[in-house]
Write a protein that binds this ligand. Sequence first.
Ligand code: GLN
Ligand code: ZN
Length: 801
Amino acid sequence: MPKTHTLGLPRIGERRELKKALESYWNGMINRNQLREVGLEMQRLSLRYQRELDIVTVGDFSYYDRMLDTALLFDAVPQRFRGLGLYDRLNLGFALARGATHSDGDVEPLAMRKWFNTNYHYIVPELDSRCSFRLFPEDVRGQIRTARRELGPDTPLKYALIGPATFLYLSSLRETGGTGSAAGAACCAGDACGAAGQAGALELLPRLTTVYAELLGLLAQEGVAWVQLEEPILVLDSLSPEWLQGIEVSYRELQEIPQAPKTLLATYFEFANENLELIARLPVDAVHLDLVGSGWGQQVTAGAKPQTTQGSAINLDLSRLNGLPQQLSLGVLDGRGVWKADLDALLEQLRLFAHRRELLLAPSCSLLHLPYSLESEHGLVPEPLLAGLAFAREKLAELVLLRQALCAGDDAGFTPTGETQQALAEHRACRARCREYQEQQGCNAAPAQTAPARSPYARRAKLQHEKLQLPLLPSTTIGSFPQTPELRRVRRAFRRGEITGTAYTATIREEIARTIKEQEEIGLDVLVHGEPERNDMVEYFAGHLDGFAETGFGWVQSYGSRCVKPAIIWCDITRPEPITLEWIGYAQSCTDRPVKGMLTGPVTMVKWSFPRVDIPVRDQVFQTAAALAQEVRDLEAQGTSIIQIDEAAFKEAQPLKRLDWPGYAEWASAAFRRCSAGVQDSTQIHTHMCYSDFSTLLDAVAAMDADVLTIETSRSEMALLESLHQEAGLHELGPGVYDIHSPLIPSTEQLARRIRIALGHLPPERLWINPDCGLKTRRWDEVRAALRNMQQAAELVRAEL
Ligand code: GLN
Ligand code: ZN
């Protein structure tokens, strides 16, 4: 009969206890033991969540990040951290993640990158070709023993590990003696995993496999029944033959350990369609397959239709699974989505299957990407949606119910017990209630999916330049200015109804006026209002668009102690009333220089929320675009001549499989163009993206046809422009001239040098001068000094033209 398990759970705490403990520890408010105590409590909580599962997973807990922990476990610590006298592994880990100060100067932390196509950032281990791995299993033993203490000796435990191939594929390989990568403590740091998989890293696989083998032996000694080796890279359709072969050799070697636990090879985030043959050849005891996918690519479970019914309707094709181990773990519940599953549909499919294989049932991936539980959810608006939702705890309950229903039935007669029947009926009724509410509110409008093209850029440019009368190399910023504690306090007070709308508006206006004045004093050419009214670029717009529900407590870990609270898309997205007009209009009234309107783009809005599963994400992105288009046109009518539509998640949203890239490029860029459909040629549309690695995405970005694109390039000293400037469809570019993530103030000379390099690639008519991202995480004194130097540099180089 099927057994239930999960690949992992959230770990930040139902009330974000771990976040608070970490931040207190870093500030010196609590000691190491107090932090450990909170960590232990989080592990115990996870065990309580799993009480009714057949196999209990440990090893998914981390104080910061599991890729980081894996690097520490195998002692893959870059040289620059070794002289710091950090003998304590926990503190060493924090130094790797956050950097450290040392008498000889600061030690740069490891970089961060997006974990596949999620909004979770992992710490990128830095390896070099001489790396020798050693095992430091203290933490592994600790997690197992905590579970043993809580559960007794008989509960079957599974230890979750990131597999050797995925670990190497996602690491960065440095030249020996290198100084390391740039800091990553960013609002928007990192690229998705597209650039990973350096060939040199593969050469380390045999050495790394040897220590993994040692670790498996140790897990056996600790009495662990299963080890979960996570190889999410096996869902990519872009693995080279060398990597595929390396993986095979590595897993053969792991199989030779005499007394290893049973191995579960886990793949997730999409169906491992392309690599099933390889997976079938790997000598593992069980394989986990994600039958739900992320919803952003085509779902190809059985080479079949994309998923469009609410809840996870999987599409199992038994013949595709021939050759895989007899024990299969099926990821049938959407581990990244918040909706209850259609258990009836699942049961129907699973019943055909259950007697032929030894089944494990699980969510599609770790539940790390979901909030803990609806039990903490008191603030959801609108409330009737609660009936249709399932967070981590509720997903596990669905899993248990599914197993009970399957155990009771067989091929011949499917007759669950009365109790199970009742639970199923209740679950069904809840979903129906939510669905009914959604329909009452008018869900399911079919959106227009096309976007009329604007006039050719040359024509637009002429009119825009005539209208705006900007100097060559115009200077601007990306949007936000420092968010002071005072601003946060006022926003919070307004949200809680503690101050009046009039008082709130007055404070925000004051801040806007001040920000405009500062920019005028610096001498910037295109100004911004500074975004003082926004807590977060997505949350703010989600709060003002219909169709997005705000949760009261739906926190999800983003990196380290940082969490985000994604909105839930539950209905057609519309704009009930103008959102930004008042603020932008006020800002413009404070100055004669042009003020940019500032919006968050449709892909980013949907990617950083929990989408609906009853219509494709693409439709939700188009609905958002249509709503934003109204805002764009209203801004234009109000006299705004420059409108920036940020697409910070444009790359993160790119599907994992290459096969899906052309389709994504087409619809995602069309959605962006939809936002500016119908604007005058003389209105200039900007976009901003926080990453520099466009290599996999050039077509899509070019097809957005924005007049001006601002991007991050300062860290690569403009090297990126070497290829970008030739790209048709990229018009004017604002390669960030300095890194806002660092507190260092760039000198005028340094900045002028970068601008001159940029001019080697781009004619002056196409070059803008700006920082590489918004300034909200910086202090005013830093911002003032850096922007002054930037403006001076722009004027200096302008004079040379
Ligand atoms: N306009 C936003 C800001 O400046 C952009 C943020 C981002 O790209 N992450 O804060
Ligand atoms: Zn940015």
